[in-house]
Design a protein around this ligand. Structure first.
Ligand SMILES: O=C(CO)[C@H](O)COP(=O)(O)O
Length: 153
């Protein structure tokens, strides 16, 4: 079974989102890509609406991962983290992407289209799927502690 991955963006991130969506559609690790918008740079939908819509699909179990793009990645991360059970962060380097999964059991990677180039964004999105959290690792009780603060897990 491959991943179901959500992609989403606001007007600042839509071009990056569409490039990453195309990459994921061609990725053998991915069974399905769910696009929660926006559909074009003319769509002025505020990033929190997209971020929460994407995060809810992860929290509901419809998808295992989400990749959300705005100008900085930060607004998407702040918004996605409002959804209980979701652990989202901006990560703009390979090590951070690795640790987002292996340390934090993060399911949502947020990228900033006004901060990094599209080729790095594409690479980080691909790397995000390389990692699987180890529930027996030393990081697991720390993630449990995060979850305890929101009454999950
Ligand atoms: O980067 C954003 C939110 O973190 C968004 O793309 C732009 O937000 P704004 O600076 O408030 O327009």
């Amino acid at each position: 079974m491959g991943y179901v991955v959500v992609v989403g963006a606001d007007n600042a991130g839509v071009d990056y989102k569409d490039r990453i969506k195309a990459d994921l559609a061609a990725d053998p690790r991915v069974d399905r890509v769910i696009d929660v918008g926006v559909g074009s740079a003319d769509d002025q939908t505020f990033y929190p609406h997209v971020g929460v819509a994407g995060a809810r699909k992860v929290a509901d179990g419809e998808a295992q991962r989400a990749i959300l793009v705005c100008g900085t990645g930060m607004g998407m991360a702040i918004s996605a983290n409002k959804v209980p059970g979701v652990r989202a962060s901006t990560a703009h380097d390979s090590f951070s992407v690795e640790r987002l999964v292996l340390s934090n059991n993060g399911q949502v990677l947020c990228l900033g289209a006004r901060v990094i180039g599209v080729e790095l964004a594409r690479r980080l999105a691909a790397e995000f799927l390389e990692y699987t959290f180890d529930a027996t690792s030393a990081s697991a009780p720390k993630v449990d502690a995060i979850c305890a603060y929101e009454g999950v897990g």
